[in-house]
Design a protein around this ligand. Structure first.
Ligand SMILES: NC(=O)c1ccc[n+]([C@@H]2O[C@H](COP(=O)([O-])OP(=O)(O)OC[C@H]3O[C@@H](n4cnc5c(N)ncnc54)[C@H](O)[C@@H]3O)[C@@H](O)[C@H]2O)c1
Length: 366
Protein backbone atom coordinates (compact mmCIF):
# COMPACT_ATOMS: atom_id res chain seq x y z
CA UNK A 1 0.00 0.00 0.00
CA UNK A 2 1.09 3.61 -0.59
CA UNK A 3 1.00 5.47 2.71
CA UNK A 4 1.31 9.25 3.12
CA UNK A 5 2.33 11.24 6.19
CA UNK A 6 1.53 14.96 5.81
CA UNK A 7 2.90 17.75 8.01
CA UNK A 8 0.27 18.93 10.50
CA UNK A 9 -0.90 22.43 9.61
CA UNK A 10 -3.32 23.02 12.49
CA UNK A 11 -2.19 25.94 14.64
CA UNK A 12 0.37 24.96 17.31
CA UNK A 13 0.46 21.27 16.33
CA UNK A 14 4.00 19.86 16.23
CA UNK A 15 3.23 16.15 16.51
CA UNK A 16 3.51 13.86 13.48
CA UNK A 17 1.53 10.73 12.59
CA UNK A 18 4.52 8.41 12.12
CA UNK A 19 8.07 8.14 13.39
CA UNK A 20 11.01 6.77 11.37
CA UNK A 21 10.56 3.49 13.32
CA UNK A 22 7.03 3.22 11.88
CA UNK A 23 8.31 3.88 8.36
CA UNK A 24 10.91 1.15 8.84
CA UNK A 25 8.25 -1.41 9.86
CA UNK A 26 5.95 -0.54 6.96
CA UNK A 27 8.73 -0.66 4.37
CA UNK A 28 9.85 -4.00 5.83
CA UNK A 29 6.28 -5.24 5.20
CA UNK A 30 6.52 -4.26 1.52
CA UNK A 31 4.68 -0.91 1.65
CA UNK A 32 5.89 2.47 0.40
CA UNK A 33 5.79 5.51 2.69
CA UNK A 34 5.75 9.13 1.49
CA UNK A 35 6.53 11.73 4.14
CA UNK A 36 6.10 15.46 3.58
CA UNK A 37 9.35 17.38 3.98
CA UNK A 38 9.60 18.82 7.51
CA UNK A 39 6.66 16.75 8.84
CA UNK A 40 8.62 15.37 11.80
CA UNK A 41 10.73 18.43 12.63
CA UNK A 42 8.58 19.58 15.56
CA UNK A 43 8.91 16.14 17.14
CA UNK A 44 12.67 15.90 16.60
CA UNK A 45 12.68 13.79 13.41
CA UNK A 46 14.42 15.15 10.32
CA UNK A 47 13.80 14.26 6.64
CA UNK A 48 17.14 12.52 6.72
CA UNK A 49 15.93 10.18 9.54
CA UNK A 50 12.83 9.22 7.54
CA UNK A 51 14.88 8.67 4.37
CA UNK A 52 17.26 6.39 6.27
CA UNK A 53 14.25 4.37 7.44
CA UNK A 54 13.12 3.92 3.83
CA UNK A 55 10.66 6.79 3.21
CA UNK A 56 10.39 8.95 0.11
CA UNK A 57 10.26 12.66 0.98
CA UNK A 58 7.69 14.78 -0.88
CA UNK A 59 7.80 18.58 -1.09
CA UNK A 60 4.13 19.51 -0.74
CA UNK A 61 1.09 18.47 1.24
CA UNK A 62 -0.86 18.27 -2.06
CA UNK A 63 1.51 15.58 -3.32
CA UNK A 64 1.10 13.57 -0.09
CA UNK A 65 -2.72 13.58 -0.33
CA UNK A 66 -2.62 13.20 -4.11
CA UNK A 67 -0.64 9.99 -4.47
CA UNK A 68 -1.38 7.79 -1.45
CA UNK A 69 -4.03 5.19 -0.61
CA UNK A 70 -3.78 5.73 3.15
CA UNK A 71 -3.08 8.98 5.04
CA UNK A 72 -1.78 8.69 8.61
CA UNK A 73 -1.78 11.86 10.67
CA UNK A 74 -2.56 13.27 14.13
CA UNK A 75 -5.25 15.95 13.98
CA UNK A 76 -8.41 16.14 11.92
CA UNK A 77 -7.98 17.69 8.45
CA UNK A 78 -8.51 21.45 8.61
CA UNK A 79 -10.47 23.43 6.01
CA UNK A 80 -7.50 23.85 3.64
CA UNK A 81 -7.12 20.06 3.53
CA UNK A 82 -10.79 19.19 2.88
CA UNK A 83 -10.42 19.34 -0.92
CA UNK A 84 -7.13 17.41 -0.84
CA UNK A 85 -8.69 14.25 0.60
CA UNK A 86 -9.30 11.80 -2.25
CA UNK A 87 -12.29 9.61 -3.06
CA UNK A 88 -11.69 6.08 -1.77
CA UNK A 89 -8.68 7.18 0.31
CA UNK A 90 -8.33 5.84 3.86
CA UNK A 91 -7.65 8.53 6.47
CA UNK A 92 -6.50 7.35 9.91
CA UNK A 93 -6.28 10.15 12.50
CA UNK A 94 -8.10 11.88 15.39
CA UNK A 95 -11.31 13.33 13.90
CA UNK A 96 -13.70 14.21 16.79
CA UNK A 97 -16.50 14.44 14.18
CA UNK A 98 -19.26 15.05 16.73
CA UNK A 99 -17.74 18.44 17.54
CA UNK A 100 -17.62 19.67 13.90
CA UNK A 101 -20.47 19.44 11.42
CA UNK A 102 -18.46 21.17 8.62
CA UNK A 103 -15.66 18.59 8.94
CA UNK A 104 -18.17 15.73 8.93
CA UNK A 105 -19.91 17.08 5.81
CA UNK A 106 -16.56 17.64 4.07
CA UNK A 107 -15.43 14.07 4.72
CA UNK A 108 -18.81 12.70 3.57
CA UNK A 109 -18.42 14.72 0.36
CA UNK A 110 -14.84 13.55 -0.17
CA UNK A 111 -15.86 9.89 -0.45
CA UNK A 112 -12.94 8.89 1.80
CA UNK A 113 -13.00 6.20 4.48
CA UNK A 114 -12.36 7.77 7.88
CA UNK A 115 -11.17 5.70 10.83
CA UNK A 116 -10.99 7.83 13.98
CA UNK A 117 -8.35 7.15 16.64
CA UNK A 118 -10.67 8.33 19.40
CA UNK A 119 -13.41 5.75 18.76
CA UNK A 120 -11.19 2.66 18.43
CA UNK A 121 -12.44 0.77 21.47
CA UNK A 122 -11.33 -2.38 23.28
CA UNK A 123 -13.79 -4.96 24.57
CA UNK A 124 -13.60 -3.59 28.13
CA UNK A 125 -14.69 -0.16 26.88
CA UNK A 126 -11.23 1.47 27.11
CA UNK A 127 -10.01 3.69 24.29
CA UNK A 128 -6.46 2.53 23.51
CA UNK A 129 -5.60 5.40 21.17
CA UNK A 130 -6.74 8.09 23.64
CA UNK A 131 -5.07 6.63 26.73
CA UNK A 132 -1.49 7.77 25.95
CA UNK A 133 -2.63 11.40 25.52
CA UNK A 134 -4.43 11.26 28.87
CA UNK A 135 -1.24 9.89 30.40
CA UNK A 136 0.74 12.81 28.97
CA UNK A 137 -1.84 15.39 30.06
CA UNK A 138 -2.18 13.93 33.57
CA UNK A 139 1.56 14.05 34.17
CA UNK A 140 1.84 17.50 32.61
CA UNK A 141 -0.94 18.85 34.84
CA UNK A 142 1.37 18.70 37.86
CA UNK A 143 4.33 20.19 35.97
CA UNK A 144 2.15 23.13 34.88
CA UNK A 145 0.42 23.40 38.25
CA UNK A 146 3.73 23.52 40.12
CA UNK A 147 4.96 26.27 37.78
CA UNK A 148 1.84 28.42 38.12
CA UNK A 149 1.87 28.07 41.92
CA UNK A 150 5.03 30.18 41.86
CA UNK A 151 4.52 33.82 42.84
CA UNK A 152 5.92 35.41 39.64
CA UNK A 153 3.48 33.20 37.70
CA UNK A 154 0.65 34.68 39.90
CA UNK A 155 0.18 31.59 42.09
CA UNK A 156 0.14 31.25 45.91
CA UNK A 157 3.91 30.95 46.12
CA UNK A 158 3.90 27.38 47.37
CA UNK A 159 6.59 24.76 46.67
CA UNK A 160 4.70 21.50 46.19
CA UNK A 161 7.33 19.35 47.89
CA UNK A 162 7.78 21.68 50.87
CA UNK A 163 11.21 21.62 52.60
CA UNK A 164 12.40 20.21 55.93
CA UNK A 165 10.44 22.07 58.60
CA UNK A 166 7.75 23.26 56.12
CA UNK A 167 4.74 21.12 55.18
CA UNK A 168 4.38 20.16 51.50
CA UNK A 169 1.75 21.66 49.22
CA UNK A 170 -1.64 19.99 48.81
CA UNK A 171 -3.01 18.69 45.51
CA UNK A 172 -6.68 17.78 44.99
CA UNK A 173 -7.33 15.47 42.01
CA UNK A 174 -10.91 15.14 40.73
CA UNK A 175 -11.32 11.78 38.97
CA UNK A 176 -9.16 8.68 39.46
CA UNK A 177 -9.06 7.69 35.78
CA UNK A 178 -6.03 7.81 33.49
CA UNK A 179 -5.45 11.58 33.90
CA UNK A 180 -6.13 11.51 37.66
CA UNK A 181 -3.84 8.60 38.47
CA UNK A 182 -0.95 9.99 36.43
CA UNK A 183 -1.39 13.40 38.07
CA UNK A 184 -1.53 11.85 41.55
CA UNK A 185 1.60 9.82 40.83
CA UNK A 186 3.56 12.91 39.71
CA UNK A 187 2.37 15.01 42.64
CA UNK A 188 3.22 12.23 45.09
CA UNK A 189 6.66 11.94 43.49
CA UNK A 190 7.28 15.62 44.23
CA UNK A 191 6.37 14.98 47.85
CA UNK A 192 3.03 16.81 47.80
CA UNK A 193 0.09 15.69 49.92
CA UNK A 194 -2.52 14.34 47.47
CA UNK A 195 -6.28 13.85 47.86
CA UNK A 196 -7.95 12.01 44.97
CA UNK A 197 -11.73 11.82 44.55
CA UNK A 198 -13.88 9.56 42.39
CA UNK A 199 -17.37 8.07 42.41
CA UNK A 200 -16.10 4.70 41.23
CA UNK A 201 -15.11 2.61 44.27
CA UNK A 202 -13.13 0.18 42.10
CA UNK A 203 -10.88 3.01 40.98
CA UNK A 204 -10.47 4.29 44.54
CA UNK A 205 -9.59 0.80 45.79
CA UNK A 206 -6.98 0.47 43.05
CA UNK A 207 -5.45 3.87 43.84
CA UNK A 208 -5.42 3.02 47.54
CA UNK A 209 -3.58 -0.23 46.79
CA UNK A 210 -0.88 1.14 44.50
CA UNK A 211 -0.14 4.66 45.77
CA UNK A 212 2.01 5.67 48.74
CA UNK A 213 0.25 6.64 52.00
CA UNK A 214 0.45 10.39 51.30
CA UNK A 215 -2.08 9.85 48.47
CA UNK A 216 -5.46 9.74 50.20
CA UNK A 217 -8.65 8.55 48.48
CA UNK A 218 -12.08 10.01 49.24
CA UNK A 219 -15.50 9.61 47.67
CA UNK A 220 -16.42 12.42 45.28
CA UNK A 221 -19.40 14.46 46.43
CA UNK A 222 -20.17 18.15 46.82
CA UNK A 223 -19.58 18.08 50.57
CA UNK A 224 -16.03 16.75 50.20
CA UNK A 225 -15.22 19.00 47.25
CA UNK A 226 -16.36 22.10 49.18
CA UNK A 227 -14.22 20.99 52.13
CA UNK A 228 -11.01 20.32 50.20
CA UNK A 229 -10.95 23.31 47.84
CA UNK A 230 -10.43 25.53 50.91
CA UNK A 231 -7.19 23.83 51.90
CA UNK A 232 -5.61 22.55 48.67
CA UNK A 233 -3.15 24.60 46.61
CA UNK A 234 -3.52 22.87 43.24
CA UNK A 235 -6.70 21.31 41.86
CA UNK A 236 -6.57 18.98 38.84
CA UNK A 237 -9.78 18.23 36.90
CA UNK A 238 -9.67 14.75 35.31
CA UNK A 239 -13.34 13.75 35.33
CA UNK A 240 -15.00 12.06 32.35
CA UNK A 241 -18.54 10.91 31.72
CA UNK A 242 -18.20 8.94 28.47
CA UNK A 243 -19.79 10.71 25.53
CA UNK A 244 -21.21 13.53 27.69
CA UNK A 245 -20.22 16.97 28.90
CA UNK A 246 -18.14 16.86 32.08
CA UNK A 247 -20.15 17.67 35.24
CA UNK A 248 -19.45 21.05 36.89
CA UNK A 249 -18.07 19.80 40.19
CA UNK A 250 -16.67 23.23 41.06
CA UNK A 251 -19.21 25.99 40.58
CA UNK A 252 -18.49 29.70 40.23
CA UNK A 253 -19.51 30.48 43.83
CA UNK A 254 -16.94 27.97 45.14
CA UNK A 255 -14.01 30.05 43.80
CA UNK A 256 -14.60 32.53 46.64
CA UNK A 257 -14.00 29.70 49.13
CA UNK A 258 -10.49 29.09 47.77
CA UNK A 259 -7.39 30.91 48.89
CA UNK A 260 -6.03 33.59 46.50
CA UNK A 261 -3.46 32.10 44.16
CA UNK A 262 -4.98 28.61 44.18
CA UNK A 263 -4.33 26.98 40.79
CA UNK A 264 -6.87 24.91 38.85
CA UNK A 265 -5.61 22.76 35.95
CA UNK A 266 -8.82 21.57 34.30
CA UNK A 267 -7.63 18.81 31.96
CA UNK A 268 -11.25 17.89 31.21
CA UNK A 269 -11.61 21.20 29.34
CA UNK A 270 -12.04 19.31 26.04
CA UNK A 271 -15.34 17.91 27.35
CA UNK A 272 -16.45 21.31 28.67
CA UNK A 273 -14.45 21.11 31.91
CA UNK A 274 -15.42 20.07 35.44
CA UNK A 275 -15.21 23.66 36.68
CA UNK A 276 -18.02 26.09 35.79
CA UNK A 277 -15.56 28.89 34.95
CA UNK A 278 -13.47 26.75 32.56
CA UNK A 279 -13.09 27.95 28.98
CA UNK A 280 -10.54 26.54 26.50
CA UNK A 281 -7.17 28.29 26.21
CA UNK A 282 -4.09 27.75 24.02
CA UNK A 283 -0.39 27.22 24.75
CA UNK A 284 0.20 30.82 23.59
CA UNK A 285 -2.13 32.21 26.25
CA UNK A 286 -2.72 29.32 28.67
CA UNK A 287 -4.10 30.94 31.83
CA UNK A 288 -6.66 33.42 33.15
CA UNK A 289 -7.69 34.48 36.64
CA UNK A 290 -11.19 34.66 38.09
CA UNK A 291 -11.78 35.66 41.73
CA UNK A 292 -8.00 35.37 42.39
CA UNK A 293 -8.05 31.71 41.27
CA UNK A 294 -5.69 30.88 38.41
CA UNK A 295 -7.16 28.66 35.66
CA UNK A 296 -4.93 26.63 33.30
CA UNK A 297 -7.26 25.15 30.67
CA UNK A 298 -5.29 24.29 27.53
CA UNK A 299 -7.37 22.01 25.33
CA UNK A 300 -4.42 20.19 23.69
CA UNK A 301 -1.90 19.88 26.51
CA UNK A 302 0.12 17.05 24.82
CA UNK A 303 0.90 19.46 21.95
CA UNK A 304 3.45 21.20 24.22
CA UNK A 305 5.59 18.07 24.49
CA UNK A 306 5.49 16.80 20.88
CA UNK A 307 8.52 14.55 21.20
CA UNK A 308 7.02 12.50 24.04
CA UNK A 309 3.47 12.72 22.65
CA UNK A 310 4.41 11.60 19.13
CA UNK A 311 6.29 8.59 20.50
CA UNK A 312 3.45 7.73 22.92
CA UNK A 313 0.80 8.04 20.19
CA UNK A 314 2.65 6.18 17.44
CA UNK A 315 3.53 3.32 19.82
CA UNK A 316 -0.18 2.51 19.94
CA UNK A 317 -1.26 3.50 16.41
CA UNK A 318 1.46 1.61 14.50
CA UNK A 319 0.06 -1.92 15.05
CA UNK A 320 -3.25 -0.69 13.56
CA UNK A 321 -1.51 1.09 10.66
CA UNK A 322 0.32 -2.15 9.86
CA UNK A 323 -2.90 -4.13 10.00
CA UNK A 324 -4.69 -1.65 7.73
CA UNK A 325 -1.81 -1.64 5.26
CA UNK A 326 -1.36 -5.42 5.22
CA UNK A 327 -5.04 -6.39 4.99
CA UNK A 328 -6.85 -3.32 3.61
CA UNK A 329 -9.40 -1.56 5.83
CA UNK A 330 -12.37 -3.85 5.12
CA UNK A 331 -10.60 -7.08 6.05
CA UNK A 332 -8.72 -5.42 8.94
CA UNK A 333 -12.01 -4.16 10.47
CA UNK A 334 -13.65 -7.52 9.93
CA UNK A 335 -10.87 -9.25 11.85
CA UNK A 336 -10.38 -6.66 14.60
CA UNK A 337 -13.51 -5.54 16.46
CA UNK A 338 -11.63 -2.75 18.29
CA UNK A 339 -10.52 -1.21 14.99
CA UNK A 340 -14.01 -1.64 13.52
CA UNK A 341 -15.35 0.69 16.23
CA UNK A 342 -13.05 3.35 14.77
CA UNK A 343 -14.87 3.31 11.44
CA UNK A 344 -16.79 6.62 11.30
CA UNK A 345 -17.40 7.40 7.62
CA UNK A 346 -17.18 5.33 4.45
CA UNK A 347 -18.56 5.63 0.93
CA UNK A 348 -20.05 9.05 1.67
CA UNK A 349 -22.01 7.77 4.68
CA UNK A 350 -21.64 8.18 8.45
CA UNK A 351 -21.58 4.72 10.00
CA UNK A 352 -21.04 5.78 13.64
CA UNK A 353 -24.37 6.28 15.43
CA UNK A 354 -23.19 8.92 17.94
CA UNK A 355 -22.20 11.32 15.13
CA UNK A 356 -25.66 11.13 13.56
CA UNK A 357 -27.18 11.74 17.00
CA UNK A 358 -24.82 14.65 17.74
CA UNK A 359 -26.15 16.59 14.74
CA UNK A 360 -29.76 15.45 15.12
CA UNK A 361 -29.60 14.00 11.63
CA UNK A 362 -32.53 11.69 11.00
CA UNK A 363 -30.33 9.26 9.10
CA UNK A 364 -26.88 8.93 7.59
CA UNK A 365 -26.15 11.70 5.06
CA UNK A 366 -25.36 10.48 1.59
N1 LIG B 1 -6.73 18.95 27.87
C1 LIG B 1 -6.07 17.98 27.26
O1 LIG B 1 -5.11 18.21 26.54
C2 LIG B 1 -6.50 16.55 27.47
C3 LIG B 1 -5.65 15.50 27.10
C4 LIG B 1 -6.05 14.19 27.36
C5 LIG B 1 -7.30 13.94 27.96
N2 LIG B 1 -8.11 15.01 28.27
C6 LIG B 1 -9.43 14.83 28.94
O2 LIG B 1 -9.27 14.51 30.32
C7 LIG B 1 -10.50 13.94 30.77
C8 LIG B 1 -10.21 12.69 31.60
O3 LIG B 1 -9.71 11.67 30.76
P1 LIG B 1 -9.32 10.22 31.30
O4 LIG B 1 -8.66 9.51 30.17
O5 LIG B 1 -8.62 10.31 32.60
O6 LIG B 1 -10.76 9.57 31.54
P2 LIG B 1 -11.10 8.27 32.41
O7 LIG B 1 -12.38 7.73 31.89
O8 LIG B 1 -9.91 7.36 32.48
O9 LIG B 1 -11.32 8.84 33.90
C9 LIG B 1 -12.39 9.66 34.26
C10 LIG B 1 -12.71 9.39 35.71
O10 LIG B 1 -13.69 10.37 36.14
C11 LIG B 1 -14.46 9.71 37.13
N3 LIG B 1 -15.66 10.48 37.46
C12 LIG B 1 -16.84 10.55 36.81
N4 LIG B 1 -17.68 11.36 37.49
C13 LIG B 1 -17.00 11.80 38.57
C14 LIG B 1 -17.34 12.68 39.65
N5 LIG B 1 -18.54 13.23 39.75
N6 LIG B 1 -16.38 12.93 40.57
C15 LIG B 1 -15.16 12.37 40.51
N7 LIG B 1 -14.79 11.53 39.50
C16 LIG B 1 -15.72 11.25 38.56
C17 LIG B 1 -14.72 8.34 36.52
O11 LIG B 1 -15.21 7.41 37.47
C18 LIG B 1 -13.33 8.01 35.98
O12 LIG B 1 -12.57 7.27 36.92
C19 LIG B 1 -11.32 13.66 29.51
O13 LIG B 1 -12.27 14.69 29.34
C20 LIG B 1 -10.29 13.71 28.41
O14 LIG B 1 -10.85 14.02 27.15
C21 LIG B 1 -7.73 16.28 28.03
Amino acid sequence: MKIGVPKEIKNNESRVGMTPAGVYELVKNGHSVHVQSGAGEGSGFLDHDYKKAGAVILDTIGQVYGMNEMIVKVKEPIEEEYEMVQKGQLVFTYFHFASSEPLTKAMIKSGATCIAYETVEDEDGTLPLLTPMSEVAGRMAIQQGAKYLEKPAKGRGVLLGGVPGVAPGKVLVLGAGVVGIQAAKMAAGLGAHVTILDINMKRLRYVNDVMPPHVVTEFSNEFNIRKYIKTHDLIVGGVLLKGAKAPNLITRDMLKEMRPGTVIVDVAVDQGGCVETTRPTTHEDPIYIIDDVLHYTVANMPGAVPYTSTMALTNVTLPYVLKLANLGWEKACEMDTSLKKGLNITDGKVVYKEIIEAFDWAEAKA
